[in-house]
Design a protein. Sequence first.
Length: 248
Amino acid sequence: MMNDEDLREFHSIGKTKVIWSGKSKFDYQTIKRVDSESGRVYDINNEKLPSVTTILGATKSEESRAKLAAWRQREGEKKADQIRDDAAARGTIMHRILEGFIKGEGHMDLTKLGVEAGTMAQNIIDRGHFEPLEEVWGLEMPLWYPGLYAGASDVAGVYEGRESIIDFKQSNKYKKREWIDDYFIQCAAYAVAHNYVYGTNIQSGVILISVKGGDVLRYVSHGKEFQHFMWTWLGRVGQYYKQQASGT
């Protein structure tokens, strides 16, 4: 049951200012997302393309796979699945609240996970992580690279003076920067697609991680480092299609 403090907190989320008018700078195309046995795919112009997350998942290193397997063994399969599902649901709610804030819309979810997600979203807002957001080109917009892959980016725009992809994450625990290369590679994937289709010059990725318990982490990559992530992503795409061709 929510107490008075919880309700005051959620009322504060409802009081927003408009950062974005709702009009996208680019003509982002609507594409259909389909969850299949082989992973998430996007149907665009009658072409089914694997999602960015599908490609990242299929090309994980053996070390990453071993760490995940060890964690699942420690937690037990049932508990691990519950932790995964709760994190995904909480992340979805947090994204909706943050996107609503940018558009000047209040969003509330009074379920237990919704209260947690609302607090985590509010922490990002209250600590000023949207203040450097100078332009918003679009929110949760579909992006694709013809013939290769597709996905949906949280935000594209100008952050701290740089054309950027901004991604929201939530976590149960603190994450060091060196642990989140795949987050930057995901941003790089969206940047490569956006630059190719819309003629932009995105060379920066911003990761905002709200940690359960109060911490908010902001990690930024740009310049040569981000270009490295872009090339790494293209290598992962090549690896994915080689795996598909060989049936592995």
